[in-house]
Structure formats: structure tokens, C-alpha cells
Design a protein around this ligand. Sequence first.
Ligand code: NZQ
Ligand code: ZN
Length: 387
Amino acid sequence: MQNFEYYTPTRLIFGKGVIGKLPEVLGAYGHKVLLTYGGGSIKKIGLYDKVLALLAGFEITELPGIQPNPKYDPSVLEGVRLCKEKGIEVILSVGGGSVLDCSKAIAAGACYDGDPWDLISYKVKAQKALPIVDILTLAATGSEYDCGGVISRPETNDKIGYIDPLLFPVASFLDPTYTFTVNAWQTAAGIADAMNHILEQYFCEDATLMNDGFCEAGLKSLMVNGKACLENPSDYKARAEMMFVCTLACNNIMSLGNSGSGWPMHGIEHALSGYYDITHGVGLAIITPRWMKHILSARTLPRFVKYGVNVFGIDPSLPGMEIALQAITATYDFFASLGIPMHLQDVGIGPDRIPEMAHHVAVNEGLENAYVPLTEQDIAAILTASL
Ligand code: NZQ
Ligand code: ZN
């Protein structure tokens, strides 16, 4: 077991109707609020009106229009400008992971005099960030319980994971009823994203029985509850458990004391959405079984056997390699059963830019240190197999 430190200073406020506590929780950090949100879903579900009614005594400045795969320009830059101009004291992020990730970059940029890209690109370490409170409307990323944000810059095809302990939200409101309206595509992508977060922790060199059980239970819960969410989008029990598991899946609590894995599938997916602006969870679902096949070897076989037997219930008396291959097929089939198109060509990505993307990933994502080290050629092979 490896040494570790764990500290997550985020207050989780979970359940139906918890938004009533918003004025009290937000008010502890200030009354000048930057309200960030996306393309309008919060208005359609009535949440925008509810928030404004609850915050009648607050001074609110709005930053609408944050897109999926949130963009540095204009969203981060505009948010930073507004925070400085209006003397914002606290950010209230209402939406999915993209709104929250963008809010995290704004929170740090607002307390920095230079170009916020200096912080996101790790050229300069942030000294301070504004507090963030969020109301989550989509279960997927775990951004509500971690200190990372992923920011895109289409002009350079960059999609960078910006991680800093200053970026933990101070409080996250998690009301599963707000996720009832998430459509089938985004629900499926959320299931695949959270499952992949767990797989990125599960496939490592040194794990504990405790963590393996935690991860296997998380995967099974996501599969069962995710399917139930797709069958009945207003199934509270299923939406609630999915939200709960997604929240835990990305802040390392499921792998404390494990060796790191380098999160290789995320490293590769960042290029897909950086170059083609596709839905993150869909890109991951396509890559996952191809990455698994690529790294399957005598060294990794025991992990695949454990995964196949404990997650998919494959007969443990079969030869190890057969269990592993069945587990990879079961992973593929599960994602396909969610309605996810399982080939890059289905989401508009052909072979032409694979060498460029593989080079970008090899230079920027550090996958030579992954659980199974990946060279530029390996990355290109995984992408090609995903076509
Ligand atoms: O923009 P609006 O109108 O709000 O619509 C959104 C958006 O179109 C819609 N939506 C959100 N809540 C809804 C809803 N529609 C109906 N009802 C609701 N209640 O869903 C669409 C997608 O939203 P988005 O926020 O982009 O989805 P998600 O939460 O999956 O976030 C994806 C982003 O998070 C990053 C991804 O790379 C991607 O950029 N990630 C962040 C991580 C983190 N911070 O730790 C980890 C992840 O690995 C991931 O990389
Ligand atoms: Zn992810």
C-alpha cells in the first residue's frame, strides 16, 4: 500500500429539496455573486427562477452560455473580467460539469493579475481562488467533489485538466430531481464517464482489497442504476444512486493507497474532444475496450480476471485469457447497450488526424508513466482500433 494524503473540504448537501439551504450556505461567503450557467437547461427546468427567488437579497451578476467542453475564450476570460469589475465574492455554478469546470478556472483567474492561461497551463501556481458553491444538474464528472476543471482552447486543440486543491467547491448541492431532464445521450455519456473514472483507478499495479471492492461496487451500481435512469428518467432512486456514485468516482477516494495509473484513457480522450469537440463520456466509451485490448498481457491479466469475475460474473473456472477477453467484450456491449455509437467514425472522426492527435497526447499527457506505459505509436494504435 502506498503513502497518501486525503483532504476534501467540500460540503455535500444531498437530496430532494435541499436547495432551501442555498441562501444560508452561499451567504457565508458573500453577497456579490457570479451566477454561472450553460445554454439554458436551467431555465427550462425552472431552476433559474427558483435560484433567483431564493437569492432575492443578493447582488447577482450572470455569466450564461458556458458550452460543453467549456472554452477559455470567451467563457473563462469573460467570467474573470466580470469578477474583477464587479468585486465578486463567491461564484454560484448551476449546471453540469462544464459549467462547474469553467467556474473553477474563473475562480482562480479572478484572483490573479496576469493571463489566466498561465494558471491553467501550470506556468504559474495560483495563490488564491474565489469560493465556489454549485448546484449540480447532471451526474457524470464528479467535478462537484474534486479540485479539477477541464478547459478547452480550440485554436490550439488543447483540452487541459487544471488541478489545484484551491479549486474544491466549498459546497455542492446535489438534488437528483434536477437530473430527471438530462436526455438519454448525456445520461449514457455520464454513466460511461463515471465508469471510466473508476476503471482508471482500478487498473493499476498496487491495489487493496478494500479499494477493489469499492470500485467493483461502484461499477455495478452505475450499470444497474444507469440503465434504470435510461428506462425511466424520473426514477428518483436510480438517479440518486447514480449521482452519489458519480460524485465519489473522481476524487480518488476509491483508490487511496493504490499506485497511480496516469489516467491513460482520459489522456487520449482529451485529444478527441480537443480536436473534434465531441461528448467526453462518448469518447471514453469508444476508447475503453480498445485500450483494454491493447494493454492485455501476462502482466495485466490478473486485473482483467478479477474485473471479469467480480463485475460481470464471468465463470472463474475458465482460462484467464478467456475471462479477460469476455470482460472486454462485456464492457463494449454494455456501452453499446446504452445507445452509445461505439466507433469514432460514428461521431465524425476519421483516420486523417490520428497521427497528429497521437503526437499531441504523447507530448502533453505524460502517458509514458501510465500503468501500462503508452508511446505515441501505442496511442495511434488505440485510436486506429477505435475507428
Ligand atoms: O448547457 P445547458 O443548457 O445547461 O445543457 C447541458 C449541456 O448541453 C445539458 N444539461 C445539463 N444539465 C441538464 C442538461 N439538460 C437537461 N437537463 C439538465 N438537468 O447537458 C449538456 C452537457 O453538459 P456538460 O456540463 O458538458 O456535461 P458533463 O457534466 O458531462 O461535463 C462534461 C465536461 O466535464 C469535463 C469533461 O471533459 C467535459 O468538458 N470533465 C471534468 C472532470 C472534473 N472536473 O473532474 C472530470 C471528467 O473526466 C471530465 O473530463
Ligand atoms: Zn471523465
